[in-house]
Design a protein around this ligand. Structure first.
Ligand code: ADP
Ligand code: MG
Length: 262
Protein backbone atom coordinates (compact mmCIF):
# COMPACT_ATOMS: atom_id res chain seq x y z
CA UNK A 1 0.00 0.00 0.00
CA UNK A 2 1.45 3.31 -1.03
CA UNK A 3 1.72 6.44 1.06
CA UNK A 4 -0.48 8.24 -1.48
CA UNK A 5 -3.21 5.66 -1.00
CA UNK A 6 -3.06 6.03 2.79
CA UNK A 7 -3.49 9.78 2.34
CA UNK A 8 -6.47 9.24 0.02
CA UNK A 9 -8.15 6.90 2.51
CA UNK A 10 -7.65 9.32 5.39
CA UNK A 11 -9.17 12.10 3.31
CA UNK A 12 -12.09 9.96 2.17
CA UNK A 13 -12.89 8.91 5.73
CA UNK A 14 -12.29 12.46 7.02
CA UNK A 15 -9.75 11.26 9.58
CA UNK A 16 -8.28 14.74 10.02
CA UNK A 17 -6.63 14.02 13.36
CA UNK A 18 -4.56 11.21 11.87
CA UNK A 19 -3.91 13.18 8.66
CA UNK A 20 -2.44 16.11 10.54
CA UNK A 21 -0.18 14.09 12.81
CA UNK A 22 0.70 11.14 10.55
CA UNK A 23 4.14 12.28 9.31
CA UNK A 24 5.53 13.50 12.61
CA UNK A 25 4.10 10.58 14.61
CA UNK A 26 5.45 8.07 12.11
CA UNK A 27 8.89 9.67 12.04
CA UNK A 28 9.20 9.64 15.82
CA UNK A 29 7.85 6.11 16.04
CA UNK A 30 10.34 4.76 13.50
CA UNK A 31 13.22 6.18 15.56
CA UNK A 32 11.83 4.94 18.88
CA UNK A 33 11.87 1.22 18.26
CA UNK A 34 8.38 0.86 19.78
CA UNK A 35 6.01 -1.76 18.39
CA UNK A 36 3.27 -1.09 15.81
CA UNK A 37 0.47 -1.13 18.39
CA UNK A 38 1.89 2.00 19.94
CA UNK A 39 1.94 3.75 16.58
CA UNK A 40 -1.71 2.85 15.99
CA UNK A 41 -2.61 3.90 19.49
CA UNK A 42 -1.01 7.29 19.09
CA UNK A 43 -2.72 7.91 15.74
CA UNK A 44 -6.10 6.90 17.13
CA UNK A 45 -5.61 9.18 20.13
CA UNK A 46 -4.91 12.07 17.73
CA UNK A 47 -8.12 11.26 15.85
CA UNK A 48 -10.12 11.14 19.08
CA UNK A 49 -8.77 14.54 20.10
CA UNK A 50 -9.64 16.02 16.72
CA UNK A 51 -13.19 14.58 16.85
CA UNK A 52 -13.71 16.08 20.29
CA UNK A 53 -12.55 19.49 19.03
CA UNK A 54 -14.89 19.26 16.02
CA UNK A 55 -17.82 18.31 18.23
CA UNK A 56 -17.06 21.27 20.50
CA UNK A 57 -16.97 23.67 17.51
CA UNK A 58 -20.30 22.39 16.16
CA UNK A 59 -21.95 22.54 19.58
CA UNK A 60 -20.69 26.10 20.04
CA UNK A 61 -22.11 27.10 16.67
CA UNK A 62 -25.56 25.73 17.57
CA UNK A 63 -25.53 27.01 21.15
CA UNK A 64 -26.92 30.44 20.28
CA UNK A 65 -24.33 32.23 22.44
CA UNK A 66 -24.14 35.96 21.61
CA UNK A 67 -20.36 35.80 22.19
CA UNK A 68 -17.82 33.22 23.24
CA UNK A 69 -16.22 34.22 26.53
CA UNK A 70 -14.77 31.93 29.17
CA UNK A 71 -15.11 32.24 32.91
CA UNK A 72 -11.38 32.88 33.23
CA UNK A 73 -11.76 35.97 31.04
CA UNK A 74 -13.92 37.51 33.76
CA UNK A 75 -12.25 40.06 36.02
CA UNK A 76 -13.65 39.26 39.45
CA UNK A 77 -11.70 42.10 41.07
CA UNK A 78 -13.92 44.52 39.14
CA UNK A 79 -17.05 42.95 40.63
CA UNK A 80 -16.29 42.33 44.34
CA UNK A 81 -19.94 41.59 45.21
CA UNK A 82 -19.59 38.24 43.44
CA UNK A 83 -18.65 35.36 45.72
CA UNK A 84 -15.86 33.73 43.69
CA UNK A 85 -16.28 30.51 45.66
CA UNK A 86 -19.83 30.19 44.34
CA UNK A 87 -18.61 30.62 40.74
CA UNK A 88 -15.86 28.04 41.29
CA UNK A 89 -18.44 25.61 42.62
CA UNK A 90 -20.68 26.24 39.58
CA UNK A 91 -17.67 25.68 37.30
CA UNK A 92 -17.45 22.08 38.55
CA UNK A 93 -20.83 21.65 36.77
CA UNK A 94 -22.22 19.73 39.73
CA UNK A 95 -25.35 21.89 39.39
CA UNK A 96 -25.86 20.49 35.88
CA UNK A 97 -25.54 16.90 37.03
CA UNK A 98 -27.98 17.64 39.87
CA UNK A 99 -30.34 19.47 37.45
CA UNK A 100 -30.22 22.62 39.53
CA UNK A 101 -30.67 26.21 38.39
CA UNK A 102 -28.64 29.41 38.50
CA UNK A 103 -30.05 32.93 38.61
CA UNK A 104 -27.89 35.97 37.83
CA UNK A 105 -29.43 39.23 38.99
CA UNK A 106 -28.09 42.74 38.57
CA UNK A 107 -28.15 45.97 36.60
CA UNK A 108 -26.97 46.15 32.96
CA UNK A 109 -23.31 45.60 32.14
CA UNK A 110 -22.24 43.79 35.32
CA UNK A 111 -21.42 40.54 33.53
CA UNK A 112 -24.56 38.40 33.90
CA UNK A 113 -24.52 37.22 30.29
CA UNK A 114 -20.74 36.70 30.33
CA UNK A 115 -20.95 34.42 33.38
CA UNK A 116 -23.93 32.52 31.94
CA UNK A 117 -22.10 31.99 28.64
CA UNK A 118 -18.92 30.99 30.50
CA UNK A 119 -20.80 28.28 32.40
CA UNK A 120 -22.50 27.16 29.18
CA UNK A 121 -19.14 26.81 27.46
CA UNK A 122 -17.85 24.68 30.34
CA UNK A 123 -20.90 22.46 29.84
CA UNK A 124 -20.28 22.11 26.11
CA UNK A 125 -16.66 21.18 26.83
CA UNK A 126 -18.06 18.30 28.92
CA UNK A 127 -20.28 17.23 26.04
CA UNK A 128 -23.47 18.65 27.59
CA UNK A 129 -26.36 19.94 25.46
CA UNK A 130 -26.52 23.68 26.03
CA UNK A 131 -28.72 26.30 24.39
CA UNK A 132 -28.80 30.06 24.93
CA UNK A 133 -31.81 32.20 24.07
CA UNK A 134 -33.06 35.68 24.85
CA UNK A 135 -36.27 35.57 26.90
CA UNK A 136 -38.30 37.62 24.40
CA UNK A 137 -37.22 35.44 21.47
CA UNK A 138 -37.99 32.36 23.57
CA UNK A 139 -41.53 33.49 24.37
CA UNK A 140 -42.13 34.52 20.73
CA UNK A 141 -41.03 31.05 19.62
CA UNK A 142 -43.24 29.35 22.18
CA UNK A 143 -46.25 31.40 21.04
CA UNK A 144 -45.56 30.75 17.37
CA UNK A 145 -45.21 27.02 17.95
CA UNK A 146 -48.45 27.05 19.95
CA UNK A 147 -50.37 28.57 17.02
CA UNK A 148 -48.64 26.33 14.52
CA UNK A 149 -49.45 23.27 16.61
CA UNK A 150 -45.80 22.39 17.08
CA UNK A 151 -45.65 23.30 20.78
CA UNK A 152 -44.99 19.71 21.86
CA UNK A 153 -42.09 19.41 19.43
CA UNK A 154 -40.66 22.71 20.62
CA UNK A 155 -40.98 21.55 24.24
CA UNK A 156 -39.18 18.30 23.43
CA UNK A 157 -36.24 20.34 22.15
CA UNK A 158 -36.00 22.38 25.37
CA UNK A 159 -36.61 19.33 27.55
CA UNK A 160 -33.74 17.41 25.96
CA UNK A 161 -31.23 20.11 26.93
CA UNK A 162 -28.90 19.67 29.88
CA UNK A 163 -28.77 23.44 30.24
CA UNK A 164 -31.13 26.10 28.93
CA UNK A 165 -29.90 29.69 29.36
CA UNK A 166 -32.67 32.29 29.31
CA UNK A 167 -31.15 35.75 29.03
CA UNK A 168 -32.57 39.16 29.95
CA UNK A 169 -35.79 38.13 31.62
CA UNK A 170 -37.59 41.30 32.63
CA UNK A 171 -36.35 43.89 30.17
CA UNK A 172 -39.87 43.75 28.73
CA UNK A 173 -42.97 42.42 30.47
CA UNK A 174 -44.65 39.29 29.09
CA UNK A 175 -48.33 39.30 28.16
CA UNK A 176 -50.59 36.80 29.88
CA UNK A 177 -50.33 34.20 27.12
CA UNK A 178 -46.53 34.50 27.00
CA UNK A 179 -46.33 34.23 30.78
CA UNK A 180 -48.40 31.01 30.78
CA UNK A 181 -46.27 29.38 28.09
CA UNK A 182 -43.11 30.46 29.90
CA UNK A 183 -44.43 28.90 33.09
CA UNK A 184 -45.20 25.67 31.24
CA UNK A 185 -41.61 25.51 29.99
CA UNK A 186 -40.17 26.13 33.47
CA UNK A 187 -42.45 23.41 34.89
CA UNK A 188 -41.26 20.95 32.25
CA UNK A 189 -37.61 21.70 33.04
CA UNK A 190 -38.12 21.46 36.79
CA UNK A 191 -35.84 18.71 38.16
CA UNK A 192 -35.34 17.45 34.57
CA UNK A 193 -32.56 19.78 33.45
CA UNK A 194 -30.79 22.98 34.48
CA UNK A 195 -31.91 26.47 33.66
CA UNK A 196 -29.85 29.65 33.97
CA UNK A 197 -31.83 32.88 34.04
CA UNK A 198 -30.33 36.35 33.89
CA UNK A 199 -32.46 39.31 34.92
CA UNK A 200 -32.11 42.99 35.73
CA UNK A 201 -35.12 42.75 38.05
CA UNK A 202 -35.04 41.67 41.68
CA UNK A 203 -37.39 38.86 42.66
CA UNK A 204 -39.97 41.13 44.28
CA UNK A 205 -40.35 42.85 40.89
CA UNK A 206 -41.08 39.63 39.00
CA UNK A 207 -44.82 40.28 39.38
CA UNK A 208 -44.27 43.14 36.93
CA UNK A 209 -42.56 40.84 34.41
CA UNK A 210 -45.41 38.34 34.38
CA UNK A 211 -48.16 40.86 35.12
CA UNK A 212 -49.73 38.11 37.22
CA UNK A 213 -48.74 37.37 40.79
CA UNK A 214 -49.86 33.75 40.73
CA UNK A 215 -47.74 32.90 37.68
CA UNK A 216 -44.75 34.89 38.97
CA UNK A 217 -44.89 32.98 42.27
CA UNK A 218 -45.25 29.63 40.49
CA UNK A 219 -42.28 30.36 38.20
CA UNK A 220 -40.12 31.50 41.12
CA UNK A 221 -41.17 28.50 43.19
CA UNK A 222 -39.86 26.05 40.59
CA UNK A 223 -36.80 28.02 39.57
CA UNK A 224 -35.61 28.70 43.08
CA UNK A 225 -36.26 25.30 44.68
CA UNK A 226 -32.82 23.96 43.75
CA UNK A 227 -30.80 26.99 42.76
CA UNK A 228 -27.79 29.20 43.22
CA UNK A 229 -28.49 32.92 43.17
CA UNK A 230 -25.76 35.32 42.18
CA UNK A 231 -26.83 38.85 42.95
CA UNK A 232 -24.37 41.27 41.36
CA UNK A 233 -24.29 44.76 42.80
CA UNK A 234 -21.74 46.87 41.06
CA UNK A 235 -20.71 49.07 38.21
CA UNK A 236 -21.20 48.43 34.53
CA UNK A 237 -18.14 47.00 32.81
CA UNK A 238 -19.41 48.39 29.50
CA UNK A 239 -19.44 51.94 30.87
CA UNK A 240 -15.99 51.45 32.38
CA UNK A 241 -14.66 50.57 28.94
CA UNK A 242 -16.37 53.60 27.40
CA UNK A 243 -15.07 55.84 30.18
CA UNK A 244 -11.55 54.55 29.62
CA UNK A 245 -11.74 55.34 25.92
CA UNK A 246 -13.04 58.85 26.71
CA UNK A 247 -16.45 58.37 25.10
CA UNK A 248 -18.08 59.23 28.41
CA UNK A 249 -16.57 61.98 30.48
CA UNK A 250 -19.16 62.14 33.25
CA UNK A 251 -18.66 60.24 36.46
CA UNK A 252 -21.58 57.83 36.10
CA UNK A 253 -20.48 55.51 38.88
CA UNK A 254 -22.71 57.23 41.44
CA UNK A 255 -25.83 56.85 39.29
CA UNK A 256 -25.03 53.18 38.63
CA UNK A 257 -24.42 52.50 42.32
CA UNK A 258 -27.80 53.96 43.13
CA UNK A 259 -29.44 51.76 40.50
CA UNK A 260 -27.69 48.74 41.90
CA UNK A 261 -29.34 49.35 45.28
CA UNK A 262 -32.81 48.75 43.77
P1 ADP B 1 -24.91 42.05 31.46
O1 ADP B 1 -25.40 40.79 30.85
O2 ADP B 1 -24.89 42.01 32.95
O3 ADP B 1 -25.61 43.27 30.95
P2 ADP B 1 -22.51 41.39 30.02
O4 ADP B 1 -22.18 40.05 30.55
O5 ADP B 1 -23.11 41.42 28.67
O6 ADP B 1 -23.38 42.22 31.06
O7 ADP B 1 -21.18 42.27 30.02
C1 ADP B 1 -20.99 43.36 29.13
C2 ADP B 1 -19.63 43.25 28.49
O8 ADP B 1 -18.62 43.49 29.45
C3 ADP B 1 -19.34 41.88 27.91
O9 ADP B 1 -18.53 42.04 26.77
C4 ADP B 1 -18.57 41.17 29.02
O10 ADP B 1 -17.69 40.20 28.50
C5 ADP B 1 -17.82 42.32 29.64
N1 ADP B 1 -17.65 42.19 31.08
C6 ADP B 1 -18.57 42.44 32.03
N2 ADP B 1 -18.06 42.27 33.25
C7 ADP B 1 -16.80 41.88 33.09
C8 ADP B 1 -15.73 41.54 34.00
N3 ADP B 1 -15.89 41.64 35.34
N4 ADP B 1 -14.55 41.15 33.47
C9 ADP B 1 -14.38 41.10 32.13
N5 ADP B 1 -15.32 41.42 31.22
C10 ADP B 1 -16.53 41.80 31.68
MG1 MG C 1 -26.81 40.60 29.36
Amino acid sequence: MSYEHVRELLKEMKLDGISLTLDSTFEEWSKSGKDATELIEELLEAEKKSLKAKKYDVALRYSGFPFHKHLDEFDFTFQPSIDVKKIKELKTLRFMYEKENVIFLGPPGVGKTHLAVGLGMEGIKEGKKVYFINSITLVDKLKKSFYERSFEKQMRFYKALDLLIIDELGYLPLDSEGAKLFFELISEKYEQGSVIVTSNRSFNEWNKIFEDEVIATAVLDRLLHHSTIINIRGKSYRLREKQKSGMIRLDTSKIIDENAQN
